[in-house]
Design a protein around this ligand. Sequence first.
Ligand code: GLC
Length: 479
Amino acid sequence: MNVLFVVWENDPFFKLGGLGDIARSLPGALKALNVDIRVITPYYKVSKFGRNKKTKIGSYSFIYAGKSTKVEVWQALNPYTKVIGYFLKNKKYLNVVIPVETWAFFDKAVVELLKTKILDWNIDIVHVNDYHGGLVPLLIRQEKLPLKIMLTIHNLAHQGKGSVDLIKKMGLDPHLCKILQWEIKSRQINFLQEAIIHSDIITTVSPTYAREILTEEFGSGLHEILRGKEGLIYGILNGIDTDWRHTARNPAVRFPYGPKEKRTDGEIEYYNWKEGKPLDKEFLQKKLGLKVDKNIPMFCFVGRLSEEQKGLEILHRMLRRVDQTKFQFVILGTGERAWEERFTWLSTFYPKYISCSFKFDDTLAHQIYAGSDFIVIPSKYEPCGLIQMIAMLFGTIPIAHKTGGLKDSIKDGFNGFLFSAYTSEALEQKVLKAAQMWKNDKKAYETMVENALSSDFSWRKNAKEYLNLYQKLLENKLP
Ligand code: GLC
């Protein structure tokens, strides 16, 4: 079974968020199930190949915006999974992201590539991810290529809207596209909407989000179109790598620990989590200039500072209200400037209790997972969320809004805390409850940590669900 995975980021070559991780780990897991899956992305100016060998395997030209335009195809193996990566190079359109034209060009380039023999590989399924590959299904239909198409929605709120002129630049006749007939009045093309309409099957990254996106509240304007596809929409919870990358075996973690008793594994000495975690916490308190005290519960927030998704306003409101000297809060992320300023302002009043770092820093992120007692995930909506799973591998208890993949991976009172109402009060209540447990009911706390440590978030089970759907697609067994 041959699958081309179309996506805009692919770790470690280029990664901005959770999708980059999935573009590495899901194909890796499917390859282990004997799927010949290969990943295609643009070749950006900032793509990093390091010591990974890259080879140019060909070039081709097609008409874009009325001109013959050349694209080079490069190939490199993912160093972790050995999955083949293809990288399309064109200085004008793919070097840096031009919203949204880069995606129109990239999608056209992918489908034009499928018409050549450059890959020397017979594809059965094209698996498109998010709006960046959103016009690939439409182009495949226009070209009448005999391919099955799966779309995975990682975030419905990001849809990619552009001028219909892009359609002309791609050489498509707008009158041939059914959906465009209706959209044409707005003079806008919605990439994700096109993908939803022209794909054979749609998945999203958790069962709860698969239900949520059919509602007006979470449907971002596309719920009606999605409802028309009911029966063809599947929610499959993402997995994470449970190897060294996201565990205390990560070299960034100063005092590696695990669920078991102290032991030596090769060169590394592992602590039991009860000994290791406090040492990592002390290390973090020193590193961040916080008060060094093992009796203060430490909470963290790690993620994109996006107001619309990540729940920053309720986090901020809660932080302003609670007695700051009873907790430590560590914030790591990048994103909206206004939020960076608001959190920084707060931390100036409590420099020994609140620490803010606004950067992308994987080393610090892993030190934070290891050293914190709790991770706060107040997302307004969260298609899947990987951070709660990673944190749990470190025995760090999540406190999260009961939505999307958070609801599907956290059991309230078992391996974390969930709050239902999206308010700072509901969040605060759980934070206080968690701190109370941590201080006064060590037994309950330890049981919860152990439940978190033994929760299985690997791809082992869920990659098979993708494989099943691929099989159904090929055998035409869909409703
Ligand atoms: C998007 C979603 C996030 C999900 C990730 C990977 O970033 O916002 O919830 O975990 O994609 O699917």
